[in-house]
Design a protein around this ligand. Structure first.
Ligand code: SF4
Ligand code: SF4
Length: 296
């Protein structure tokens, strides 16, 4: 069961929801994995006391053109839909623009002169962590289940997080409950993350920006035919337009988290709110139950 916690907009509380959901499920002894797919800025691991178990490099294949074998026929340039090959036939100049290359292999396939080989370049890393806190490892040993965190981290300067996100989702696997902490926005990183999920929870806030990005996310999820529901974070802030929209569109609101100074303080100090506040622990438990029931 794979649940993506997503949002059209950064800063709405995806990581807040993901880490607290992970916490309540792990505390109950569920076999749960939290994969941080916000590869440009992963921070879920920072909320837990963890031990790093392993790390894998995420690499991309980049074509290398042998200028001696190349006849400058231009077929590879024609095949490259990403305009990653720069060719000046008359001047006999050909270059691969590595930042534009999507590792599709079309140019290698196109070349009839054996002029193209490939090299690996590192895009980032996927690491696996195990919780070491007493509370959660206690649940672990008593039930025989495990709570694992996966982190996809993009190398600084790498042009796209998508291969790192895909590698993180692969690493998370399909056992038990997998929570994907989605990257913000509604572009490729978001699409790749929610496409892998059985169910999506959209986190929004009751502001005009929140509503605008919620509408875009909803349109995409409907096109992808993904079941979803909504959490409103910072309830009480802004206006009622988000609630009106949810009613009009018949979208289920599964949790409202109040705009509360203490919640902000606990979160900003790297704490898990469900661990410190019983009322919120109960709310997250109820939400977890609702999500798991929706996924059945
Ligand atoms: S691998 Fe694909 S994207 Fe990269 S240069 Fe070749 S054709 Fe273009
Ligand atoms: S297809 Fe091969 S031979 Fe033709 S321009 Fe590209 S690398 Fe050179």
């Amino acid at each position: 069961m794979i649940v993506a916690i997503a949002s059209g907009k950064g800063g709405t509380g995806k990581t807040f929801v993901s880490t607290n959901l992970f916490y309540v499920l792990a505390k109950k002894g569920k076999n749960v994995t939290l994969a941080d797919c916000d590869a440009e800025e992963p921070n879920s691991v920072a909320f837990f006391d963890c031990v790093k178990l392993s790390a894998k490099d995420v690499v991309q294949k980049i074509p290398v053109i042998d200028q001696n074998a190349c006849t400058y026929c231009g077929k590879c340039e024609e095949y490259c839909t990403y305009n990653a090959i720069f060719l000046l036939k008359e001047r006999r100049i050909i270059r691969v623009m590595e930042d534009l290359c999507h590792d599709c292999g079309a140019c290698s396939y196109a070349c009839n002169f054996g002029a193209i080989t490939e090299k690996d370049i590192s895009l980032g890393e996927v690491a696996r962590y195990k919780l070491s806190s007493e509370l959660l490892s206690g649940a672990d040993s008593s039930t025989g289940t495990c709570s694992v965190l996966i982190e996809g981290r993009l190398r600084v300067g790498a042009y796209t997080p998508v291969p790192v996100i895909k590698a993180a989702i692969r690493e998370a696997g399909i056992e038990g409950i997998v929570i994907l902490d989605s990257p913000p926005g509604t572009s490729c990183p978001f699409i790749h993350t929610v496409s892998s999920a059985d169910y999506v929870v959209l986190v929004t806030e009751p502001t005009p920006f929140g509503l605008n990005d919620l509408k875009i996310s909803v349109a995409i999820l409907r096109q992808l035919k993904k079941p979803f529901s909504v959490i409103v974070n910072r309830g009480g802030l802004g206006n009622r337009e988000v609630y009106d929209y949810l009613t009009t569109e018949n979208i289920r609101l599964i949790l409202e988290i109040p705009f509360d100074r203490e919640i902000a303080r606990i979160y900003s100090e790297g704490g898990i709110v469900a661990e410190k506040r019983e009322d919120l622990e109960k709310k997250f438990e109820k939400m977890a139950e609702l999500i798991l029931n929706q996924c059945k």
